[in-house]
Design a protein around this ligand. Sequence first.
Ligand SMILES: C[S@@+](CC[C@H](N)C(=O)[O-])C[C@H]1O[C@@H](n2cnc3c(N)ncnc32)[C@H](O)[C@@H]1O
Length: 290
Amino acid sequence: MGSTTETTGTTGTTGTTGTAADQALKARHRALWALGDYASVAADVIPELGPVLVEASGIRPGDRVLDVAAGSGNVAVPAAAAGARVIASDLTPELFVAGREFAARSGVEVQWEEGDAEALPYRDGAFDAVLSCVGVMFAPHHQRAADELVRVCRPGGTIGLLSWTPQGFVGEMFKAMKPYAPPPPPGAQPPPLWGDEDHVRSLLGDRVTGLDMERRTLTTGPFPSPEAWRDYWKTVYGPTIAAYRGIADDPEKVAALDADLAALATRFDRGDGATVMDWEYLLVTARTRD
Ligand SMILES: C[S@@+](CC[C@H](N)C(=O)[O-])C[C@H]1O[C@@H](n2cnc3c(N)ncnc32)[C@H](O)[C@@H]1O
């Protein structure tokens, strides 16, 4: 965006970046998302999703857009290509290196700023559109994050969200990894809940109008086999890498998680000779009340 003075101001209604425990949790999340090669997931597995969200949100030239939990710019870059003035905000600035390269390759300008979705460092109503693609769902306190999305969006502006559903492939993958990971801290909510219509309705409440929610699928692959998907995923996707690191000294658990993830990919595989999967997501658009 032209100037940060348009957007900076009071931080989130939470007022702080959280307690010491919250800060420690966020530091762990940042380290987790910096593992592996998330930018390759964004570029090679889910690149269609950013443009889907930008189009569904009706982004127009000149719009002030905030991409929350932007990662390497899956939404921010196509929004900028649509002519918007875009800030890409994320807890994990390590991902901005790939984001900046993506923006440069695409010939667009994006402002990259570190920030927690639960305490966004922007003034009330600073943006015409606040978007997040499989991003804000990973902030652990859903109501806090939802309140922030609404707060920084101007009255009559657009909220656009794309989240994996609990029943879809990624929701099932988190379920499969759960027995192998340490329990989440008290109060932290499961990310795929953001893919549930009732949950989203209750998070946004009557502060929005025209709430539109549609389940769609993203086709991924082909991967050579379910095991090949798993072995790729174990090297690129932070949450999966972290789950394996936590059980690295227990070969039986590693073998069991290997088998569970391959079985999951086999269950979703609709390919013929290669592994092709449909991953369900919930696409949400709404307007903040005038
Ligand atoms: C699956 S990636 C999605 C990135 C990008 N939106 C995309 O479509 O590729 C999840 C992102 O959420 C970010 N994230 C996790 N917790 C966050 C938080 N509390 N505040 C801001 N970003 C967060 C991670 O750093 C990561 O970049």
